[in-house]
Design a protein around this ligand. Structure first.
Ligand SMILES: NC(=O)c1ccc[n+]([C@@H]2O[C@H](COP(=O)([O-])OP(=O)(O)OC[C@H]3O[C@@H](n4cnc5c(N)ncnc54)[C@H](O)[C@@H]3O)[C@@H](O)[C@H]2O)c1
Length: 298
């Protein structure tokens, strides 16, 4: 099976490509070159907003894992048109090309941002969709297009929660907090927490997301959406304490003003994913120790 991974130079996409090259004929596409040297030759540079380019790269492909996106919530407010083009138009270009050229499998990486402020936790897939940023709206629109095209393309939607890995970008709105805390403690400074630190997130290792991408590619139901997370809530305060402990930084975190619009609690209900065979292996403490080592050695 020939698989195209979009956003293959990004955090999650590079892990997906890395896993898939061993098992399939896998190639990637991204706006920028892949920072992972061993993958660089497999990633074509190009822009998914350009339909002609999209039509060319999907030729001979059997399946697409679509991860490419503009992922910054802040950018989505500053430049909502750019967000629409990268997140919605690019997705439509891919779906239209798949539909016209008989590419049958399409896994769309959406986001937990489609839920907005949760009315209850854990959040199941039927939870109301009420995005609170242009980014959340564009990710949700992509989902609707996947559903619309599901007559001709077998589309499956994945909604990751807060993905982290050694390749995370400090500016990434999901995992940025881990990268920022690590960078503070590496300078022997305490992490800065906005608000009281009681806000929670479901931090899931990128490796688990890749596991679930593999599962959905085989078993995902057409037109259906699946959460991917761990089902465990971690408070930002406990995260800060764990990272300080790993780094041997004494004292207390610094507390700053709460951030406007910060979601209070977030945690995935992963019942549907588990039914497909998903078993998350994330162990936050162990994984943070591992990532800390990798960060520390660069
Ligand atoms: N990181 C998380 O915690 C998280 C959580 C929920 C959902 N997601 C989703 O997962 C996907 C991957 O996220 P990530 O953390 O790896 O982000 P990332 O920014 O590291 O990767 C996204 C990649 O997409 C590429 N890209 C953007 N626009 C493009 C275009 N027009 N043409 C070609 N390439 C383009 C970027 O260059 C980048 O390399 C995104 O769709 C994001 O919405 C991520």
């Amino acid at each position: 099976m020939k698989i195209l991974i979009t956003g293959a130079s990004g955090q999650i996409g590079s892990y997906v490509l890395e896993r898939f090259v061993d098992k399939h004929e896998a190639i990637g596409v991204d706006l920028k070159p892949c920072p992972i040297r061993d993958l660089r030759d497999l990633v074509f540079q190009g822009d998914l907003r350009d339909y002609k380019f999209v039509r060319e790269i999907i030729k001979d492909v059997d399946a697409i894992i679509h991860l490419a996106a503009q992922v910054s919530v802040e950018n989505s407010w500053n430049n909502p048109i750019d967000d629409v083009e990268n997140n919605i138009i690019a997705t439509i270009n891919l779906l239209k090309a798949c539909s016209d050229h008989g590419v049958d499998r399409f896994v769309y990486i959406s986001s937990a941002a489609v839920y907005g402020n949760p009315r209850y936790v854990p959040i199941d897939e039927e939870h109301p969709k009420n995005p609170v940023s242009p980014y959340g709206v564009s990710k949700l629109s992509g989902e609707y297009y996947c559903r619309i095209f599901s007559d001709s393309v077998h589309t499956v939607i994945i909604r990751p929660f807060n993905v982290f890995s050694a390749r995370m970008d400090p500016n990434n709105p999901y995992s940025g907090v881990i990268a920022k805390f690590i960078s503070r403690v590496k300078q022997k400074l305490p992490p800065v927490i906005y608000g009281d630190g009681k806000q929670t997130r479901d931090f899931v290792n990128a490796r688990d997301v890749v596991d679930f991408v593999e599962i959905t590619l085989k078993k995902g139901e057409k037109g259906k959406a699946y959460n991917v997370g761990t089902g465990k809530e971690t408070s930002i305060l406990n995260l800060a304490k764990a990272i300080m402990d790993i780094a041997g930084v004494k004292g207390k975190p610094v507390f700053d003003k709460p951030r406007k619009g910060d979601i209070k609690r977030s945690c995935a209900d992963i019942f549907k994913a588990k039914k497909l065979g998903f078993k998350p292996k994330t162990d936050l403490r162990r994984d943070l120790e591992e990532i800390f080592e990798e960060y520390a050695s660069d």
